[in-house]
Design a protein around this ligand. Structure first.
Ligand SMILES: Cc1ncc(COP(=O)(O)O)c(C=O)c1O
Length: 457
């Protein structure tokens, strides 16, 4: 049994040894393995295409590639390994059930029962009904089916720049222009703008964002563009793929009221923002808003593919109507991973830690914004962070080229992280020590400076 102290030591990073770039990355072994693999494995993300390194192992906040280079992790996989790579308690829990019982369809098991009890305990309000899945997109689809079953209505509304997954229902609530996503939105799916404080569509005379105008538009939109059969809104609390965009504090409380007045349900897609990522179990807790339905994923199992749909008491029975079970949903290994992850967050006070790291990062990034011409905006909520790069701070025109350059330069220095066009997205594990976070941000700062020089700023 690993003790809490051992776990703490396990999370320690010796900054005199890491990052450690033994050979320029991607090194020869990385390149050779990548070439062998990609002969067959197709459809890589932009992250890999821009820096095709091959990883071998990870421990806590450190990743090691096949050439022996060691990186500070600023991506947690892709917002997944929130407690660091291979957290001993989570790994032991998975291993136990890998040797005891791997799948029992949706029959009751003790580990699933304990997970449900724990979730009812840590989640706010009466979010007491659960079903489990193996991917975020599957949880989002199930959540949408609950919205329809609970209301008997069909239409759903999401927002510009939201992302909800890659199955057809989920892509129909996002940008669908790309041929990859089918080009044709599923019937009854709508999208409306949502407030982005850095790029307001409607602002007040003092320049601050005017949330009320967005809600007025939703009212008009529902009257004019729907068939008045709206089951629910489906929104990310903070947009991840859209660039760590944090809404103004009054948005979700107002949206909740708007939905209640019209008997429309509110689903929070917390696949990316939940389980300590922003400093709470649910990001919506920051605004004291209780959604009717929530999708939870990524950090939920700290790397084991397990996701969840949680619903309020009054909607529990809707799970009966939607034929909710699946092949892998709620399998014992998955439940063990999710239960262990939840317990680790509590035992190691990781909600507080995530909040603290976000505050530290914000101070450091504000300095970058003051010092760099191309840093237009910086934002953080816990360990969900973003830096927006622009050609000019006045026009706010996006500077995509710089995004790629900064990403590659910082990666080459030993920072494993996530690019997204002109918005640099950071998602470090929440167990990270303060000095490691600062080191990672220093590396980004340096990379931005080098990029500015090369681009002639
Ligand atoms: C908010 C949100 N919802 C859903 C998904 C889909 O999750 P998955 O990739 O596990 O299917 C993602 C993935 O990035 C996400 O960020």
């Amino acid at each position: 049994m690993t003790t809490a102290t051992q776990e703490k030591n396990w999370a320690h990073v010796d900054l005199t040894k890491v990052p450690n770039m033994r050979v320029p990355a991607p090194g020869p072994k990385s390149k050779a393995l990548h070439a062998r693999c990609t002969k067959y494995f197709k459809g890589l993300s932009g992250q890999v295409k821009l820096f095709p390194v091959s990883f071998e192992s990870g421990s806590g906040c450190v990743l090691r590639d096949v050439d022996g280079n060691e990186y500070i992790d600023f991506s947690s996989g892709i917002y997944v390994t929130t407690l660091g790579h291979c957290h001993p308690k989570v790994s032991e829990a998975i291993a136990k059930y890998a040797n005891q019982l791997m799948n029992a369809h949706d029959f009751t098991t003790e580990i699933k029962t304990r997970l449900c009890e724990k979730l009812a305990d840590v989640l706010p309000g009466d979010l007491n009904g659960f079903q489990f899945y193996d991917a975020g997109t599957a949880a989002v689809e199930a959540g949408m089916r609950v919205l329809r079953a609970a209301t008997g209505k069909n239409e759903l509304i999401s927002c510009f720049y939201d992302f909800h997954g890659k199955t057809y229902g989920a892509v129909s609530l996002a940008e669908i222009r790309s041929p990859v996503y089918g080009r044709v939105r599923a019937p009854g799916m709508h999208m409306v703008p949502r407030p982005n404080p850095y790029r307001p569509m409607w602002s007040k005379t003092d320049g601050t964002i005017d949330t009320d105008k967005y809600l007025e538009f939703y009212d008009e939109y529902i009257n004019r563009a729907t068939v008045n059969d709206v089951a629910g809104f489906v929104l990310e609390p903070i947009q991840g793929w859209g660039g760590s965009v944090i809404p103004p504090d009054d948005f979700f409380p107002k949206l909740r009221k708007f939905c209640d007045e019209r008997k429309i349900l509110l689903m929070a897609d917390e696949v990316l923002t939940s389980w300590a990522r922003t400093g709470k179990f649910l990001c919506m807790e920051h605004w004291g808003v209780l959604p009717d339905v929530v999708s939870i994923g990524k950090g939920f199992g700290n790397g084991f593919p397990v996701t969840c749909v949680a619903v309020r008491d009054q909607f529990k029975e809707s799970f009966e109507k939607i034929s909710a079970s699946s092949s892998y949903g709620g399998n014992p290994m998955a439940c063990a991973a999710a239960l262990a992850s939840t317990e680790v967050i509590e035992e190691e006070n990781l909600l507080e830690r995530s909040t603290h790291l976000g505050e530290l990062a914000m101070k450091r990034m504000e300095k970058m914004k003051a010092e760099h011409k191309i840093v237009g905006d910086v934002r953080a909520k816990g360990c969900l962070m973003g830096i927006e790069l622009v050609k000019d701070k006045k026009t706010k025109e996006p500077l995509n080229k710089a995004g790629e350059m900064v990403y590659q330069k910082a990666f080459a220095k030993g920072l494993a992280w996530i690019p997204a066009g002109h918005i640099l997205r950071m998602s470090p594990p929440v167990i990270m020590e303060d000095d490691v976070l600062m080191k990672g941000l220093d590396m980004i700062d340096e990379a931005i400076g080098e990029t500015e020089k090369e681009l002639g700023y």
